[in-house]
Design a protein around this ligand. Sequence first.
Ligand SMILES: Nc1ncnc2c1ncn2[C@@H]1O[C@H](COP(=O)(O)OP(=O)(O)OP(=O)(O)O)[C@@H](O)[C@H]1O
Length: 229
Amino acid sequence: MALEVRGIEAGYGDSRVLFGVDLDVPPGRTVGLLGRNGMGKTTLVRAIMGLLPARAGSVRFRGRTLDRAPAHRRARAGIGLVPEGRRIFPNLSARENLIAAARPGPWGLARVFELFPRLAERRDAPGNRLSGGEQQMLAIGRALMTNPELLILDEATEGLAPAVRADIRHCLQRLRAAGHSLLVIDGDVEAMLGLCDDLVILETGRVVWHGRAEALAADRTPLVRHLGV
Ligand SMILES: Nc1ncnc2c1ncn2[C@@H]1O[C@H](COP(=O)(O)OP(=O)(O)OP(=O)(O)O)[C@@H](O)[C@H]1O
């Protein structure tokens, strides 16, 4: 298993958000996390990355436990995060943003620019001069530059124009086809049904459904029940 999450409990102060979440990302598969706003998706990502301490449960990655590893060690272990809100360096150029993240492996500048030709054109523009879509591409490119074994994308298309969303999803399809392991959060259920192998639905911090995307496409009852779509 690439990522194995078992019984994760986490929250903020006195408020509990996750109540024993299990989640698997097998190697080479794309797993999608669905759930209405506030159900705990970002909190789960933060617990996986070690950005928020888990109160119980375990996170194993490629067979090794990460429970005591701080965030930077989890990243080094091969988990790349494209966080909600992108967090690129505003004063560095697109190219410098990418280089700052680089670690040895097949992904380098040339390959990121091949995936996102628009970034190649904008390579010298400072981060804060890039459009929302370009910044999102940069955030994904930066995560790829770390040559992760698993890439986690939290709302990678939120707030973008439909054509830009489609562009970014197409790139995720390419990463999936190339055999990358992906954990994706995206509020667009139809897009997730098309992109993901497996889906997990979170409701108030618990997994209420998990299975193959085709199964959910064939019987949408859980989508109606838990997402109201
Ligand atoms: N820093 C924080 N401090 C306190 N409560 C928080 C914090 N971040 C999130 N929460 C609360 O935790 C719960 C889960 O939030 P989370 O962001 O994980 O949900 P989500 O499923 O990712 O939703 P969204 O799609 O809105 O991001 C919500 O009730 C939210 O208000």
